[in-house]
Design a binder for this molecule. Structure first.
Ligand code: BT5
Length: 325
């Protein structure tokens, strides 16, 4: 998956603005100068800008704001996650692409990522607004060796992974997890998680961890109905964000915490989850498919169930719901 073009790009990205000669590239990579020239043309078409420096070669001037494979590999330190990337300018939904890839046997950690989704999805077929080039719209295919009933836990694992990645990457805000699948900044939604499963009777074949993170939108980039409830990292951090770097951080964090969960269970993750929770201790109204439960959110259980203490003192476990605070 690491192509000749990626290899060339890597040299430029690590050259710190120094020119590299076509001849040197050709010699080092053991291909003809014509081949190098062709790959350079492709990179230019993708939005990389080069300057030709007399007698010294090409100098990389600017990099397109894309989250593609070539750039992502420069930052990744993971073992499996993001080592195979399927990158698209536009898809209907990265989840749909991921379902096809799972049928074709895609390995653990395969990432589907797009600049734009025309039919991005939330839970229960709700719409997910996926503005072109301004967010992280990706599905991570993972193949953990766990039982199907553990699948919902991965929504919480993913929330912890993203929150921890945010905390280490940004300094001007504190993200909060809203059970089960939202990350809020200053009370507004910046991230939604959609976990889907492909399973046999007693074994998970694959999980699709759908992650939508608003990154570089300004408030009026959101459709009107979202402007009061949504936000982006750039708005909260106060500066534009380099998406590809943050994608690498999220993938590292996700690999770390999902491995932790598979090896050692929910203990450490539950602690981190509670530390970042904006739900525990609050009065909430939970709307499930069957009923509405109101009361104080008191805890999550080892299996990720939200416990609500109702006015009559009775504690009710909620498996899946929309929460109003
Ligand atoms: C979610 O659903 O929050 C899960 C979103 C998962 C999106 C990712 S993007 C990559 C992958 N491919 C997909 O097609 N999906 C996944 P839910 O909890 O049902 O929330 C959906 C609700 O969030 C909508 O009804 C809107 O109110 C709101 N919403 C939609 N787009 C938003 C956005 N960009 N930012 C904040 N809120 C949004």
């Amino acid at each position: 998956h690491f192509t000749m073009k990626d290899e060339i790009l890597k040299r430029f990205l690590t050259a710190e603005g120094e020119p590299i000669s076509g001849q040197v590239l050709a010699d080092e990579l053991n291909v003809s100068r014509t081949a190098i020239w062709k790959h350079m043309q492709t990179l230019k078409q993708e939005g990389y800008e080069f300057e030709t420096v007399k007698k010294r070669g090409y100098k990389l001037l600017s990099v397109p704001d894309k989250v593609d494979m070539g750039q992502l590999q420069q930052f990744l330190t993971t073992e499996r996650y993001g080592r195979q990337v399927h990158y698209y300018e536009t898809v209907e939904s990265t989840q749909l692409v991921a379902h096809e890839l799972i049928r074709a046997g895609a390995p653990d950690g395969t990432v589907v990522i797009a600049e734009h989704q025309t039919a991005g999805r939330g839970r229960m077929m709700r719409e997910w607004e996926s503005t072109e080039g301004q967010g992280i719209w990706m599905t991570v295919i993972i193949r953990p060796d766990v039982a199907p009933h553990q699948a919902p836990q991965f929504t919480l694992v993913t929330a912890v992974a993203i929150v921890e990645a945010m905390k280490s990457s940004f300094k001007n805000f504190t993200p909060e997890i809203k059970w089960p699948n939202d990350i809020l900044i200053n009370g507004k939604k910046t991230t939604g998680i959609l976990t889907e499963m492909v399973a046999e009777a007693d074994r998970i074949q694959a999980l699709l961890i759908g992650i939508g993170i608003n990154v570089n939108q300004k408030i009026d980039d959101f459709p009107e109905q979202l402007q009061t409830i949504a936000t982006s990292i750039a708005i909260e951090e106060g500066e534009p964000i380099e998406r590809v770097h943050f994608v690498a951080n999220v993938l590292e964090s996700l690999e770390k915490y999902s491995d932790e969960y598979v090896k050692n269970g929910f203990g450490q993750i539950k602690q981190l989850w509670e530390q970042s929770s904006g739900t525990i201790g609050k009065r909430v109204k939970a709307t499930t498919l069957r009923e509405v439960v109101e009361g104080e959110a008191v805890s999550i259980t080892e299996s990720g169930v939200l416990e609500i203490r109702q006015a009559n003192g009775e504690i009710k476990g909620i498996y899946s719901a929309d929460i109003e605070l």
